[in-house]
Design a protein around this ligand. Structure first.
Ligand SMILES: [Zn+2]
Length: 140
């Protein structure tokens, strides 16, 4: 993974994160007093306690996104960003640009989605209910 690309990705992630936090803060400020946390601009990546606190006012989707961003930032720090968790090959830069916090390469993602579909079980298990002839038999 190129260093310049990593830098760009990190910047993008941080920007997305900032925007997310900004939105959360705006939402939170209406119902909650978050004023005491004035230092939120210089947000420390390692402050998990604050994350947890903010997590209370997050929607599940936002929380998931935030976690994904944090995880991606962690991976950048750890030097494993852009490496597929499954096959450990580098994820294509194009894909990372589109999905900055993806953890899987396009192949493994496809595999995983297919597996998810399989485990969800297709229609075969629905069990076609055969109508028993019988109820309508007293006609005659
Ligand atoms: Zn892979």
């Amino acid at each position: 993974m190129r260093k310049s690309f990593l830098k760009g990705a990190q910047k993008q992630l941080l920007t997305t994160r900032d925007q997310l936090m900004e939105g959360i803060r705006a939402e939170g400020a209406t119902g909650r007093d978050l004023q005491k946390d004035d230092g939120m601009d210089t947000y420390d990546l390692a402050s998990e306690d604050r994350d947890r606190d903010i997590g209370m006012i997050l929607s599940d989707r936002d929380r998931g996104k935030l976690q994904a961003i944090d995880a991606a930032l962690e991976r950048i720090k750890g030097g494993i960003y852009g490496v597929c968790e499954e096959c450990e090959l580098e994820i294509a830069e194009e894909r990372l640009k589109a999905l900055p916090f993806t953890r899987l390469c396009v192949v493994c993602q496809g595999e995983r989605e297919r597996e998810a579909r399989l485990t969800r079980r297709p229609d075969e298990d629905r069990g076609i209910r055969r109508l028993q002839v019988g109820d309508t038999e007293d006609e005659g």
